[in-house]
Design a binder for this molecule. Structure first.
Ligand code: ZN
Length: 443
């Protein structure tokens, strides 16, 4: 029977306490203690890619990729490209119930014999500074690998719909319908130990208490905030980490007059880079002013006109997939490995190469700090938001030496000889499009 074989959670390391909003605005409008916010070079794509890369080695290679995110169409294709899943069947889901649609579709694909399926839910919602929805806006990603014998099995699914009127959301009624349909289909209401989902506004708790009187409802995201399309599956991770194998749980998502409820049962614990581990990793706390600068509340914004320091848009897009996959070239003539890809071998001039994946592991060969005013135009906006940054020359395990910005560390923190790992982050916005590339993260 198809089921979840493994999952991996990825959270930004930056946190903002609810207290910062209470001080700034008089109250925090979200029911949270704190939230995770993306750094200037993180977004739904970089979080999704990191989560997917962590879960893929834990099982068979998937042939289906389903995404849940509020990102523009094309998100799934870029992700597939970066993961080297170019031939995979793709599906993109959007909206409040997107993650559960993706999970259901993945389950159906695996059950129908299409091999393993990867579900990636990732979001980093953003709102205007004076919008109360901004108070809870967090970020996070989760990647789940479903296989033919995964231990967490989807037993029943039910949908509800209650179209509202303008200004009147009837998602609570849709949710009640979905729960009622689950019990009508034979699910014993008293057998449910836990109801998991996004409950930042309290609706899920109220509706679930009536439908499943013995269940506990998870306030799972109190330290993450609203991770948009990723929230329901992050709540699932929390529930799986708390409910002993053999107990049944209900996973729900609702919004915009729609609801989905799934009944799941874990026969054993899946392989996991757990939510608990992600929450326990080191964090950096931001005050409101620093967060506001990072999120661009105070910056001029806009896209950058290249001064020619960076490669041309055409050349960049041409090379981007190989860069995101950390795909180097091995020269067929002299065996030298070079990265990023070039037309000819720098060693012997050969023009025939075999692709070689890099581990991304390396050590700092040299490092310098780029202060205000000395950054190329592409990075001026980054400097306005985040200040000075380091650029390191990194000697990679496989031989090539590459220049990369240092991320997740204060300027001056990284020293020559330090171990680092290349990770994919946002570089800058050019001609209205986000450019991604690798940066060096201390390990
Ligand atoms: Zn060569």
């Amino acid at each position: 029977m198809a089921g979840i074989h493994a999952y991996a959670v990825q959270l930004p390391r930056l946190t903002v306490a609810a207290q910062e909003y209470a001080t700034m605005w008089g109250r925090c409008a979200a029911r949270i203690e704190a939230k995770r916010v993306p750094d200037h070079d993180e977004d739904a794509f970089t979080l999704a890619l990191a989560a997917a890369r962590e879960v893929l080695p834990k099982g068979p290679a998937p042939s289906v990729l389903l995404t849940a995110s509020s990102q523009e169409p094309g998100f799934g294709a870029l992700l597939a490209d970066a993961l080297g899943m170019g031939g995979a069947r793709l599906g993109e889901h959007r909206g409040p119930t997107a993650a559960l649609q993706a999970l259901q579709e993945a389950n159906d694909a695996v059950a129908a014999g299409h091999g393993a399926a990867l579900v990636v839910a990732s979001d980093a919602p953003a709102f205007a500074p004076d919008d109360e929805a901004e108070h809870g806006a967090g970020a996070g990603a989760i990647a789940l690998l479903l296989t033919a014998k995964g231990p967490v099995q989807l037993r029943r699914a039910a949908h509800g719909a209650a179209p509202g009127l303008p200004g009147l959301d009837r998602s609570d009624a849709a949710l009640a319908q979905a729960f009622a349909a689950l019990t009508r289909s034979g699910l014993a209401a008293d057998s449910i130990a836990k109801v998991a989902g996004n409950d930042l506004d309290g609706t899920l708790g109220k509706v679930a208490a009536k439908a499943f009187p013995k269940a506990k409802v998870n306030p799972a995201l109190a330290r993450i905030g609203d991770a948009g399309a990723a929230s329901p599956l992050l709540a699932l991770a929390r529930a799986l980490e708390e409910v002993p194998p053999g107990e049944a749980l209900v996973l729900a998502a609702h919004g915009e007059g729609q609801a989905i409820a799934l009944a799941l049962e874990a026969e054993a614990a899946p392989h996991a880079a757990t939510l608990a581990q992600a929450l326990a990793a080191p964090t950096e706390a931001l005050d409101y002013a620093r967060m506001a600068r990072l999120r661009g509340f105070l910056a001029s914004g806009g896209s950058t006109v290249s001064q020619g320091a960076a490669v041309s848009p055409a050349q960049f897009l041409d090379q981007q997939p190989a860069r995101l996959r950390l795909e180097a070239q091995r020269c067929a003539a002299c065996d030298k490995v070079q990265f990023p890809p070039r037309e000819g071998c720098l060693e012997c001039g050969g023009i025939t190469f075999k692709p070689q994946r890099l581990s991304g592991k390396g050590e700092v060969y040299s490092v310098s700090t780029i202060g205000r005013g000395s950054a190329p135009a592409e990075f001026a906006e980054q400097q306005r938001r985040a200040g000075a940054y380091d650029v390191a020359l990194v000697s990679l395990e496989e031989g090539p030496r590459v220049a990369a910005q240092v991320c997740d560390a204060a300027p001056g923190h990284v020293r020559v000889g330090d171990p680092v790992r290349l990770v994919v982050r946002r570089l800058y916005v050019q001609d209205g499009a986000v450019r991604y590339g690798f940066k060096a993260r201390p390990t």
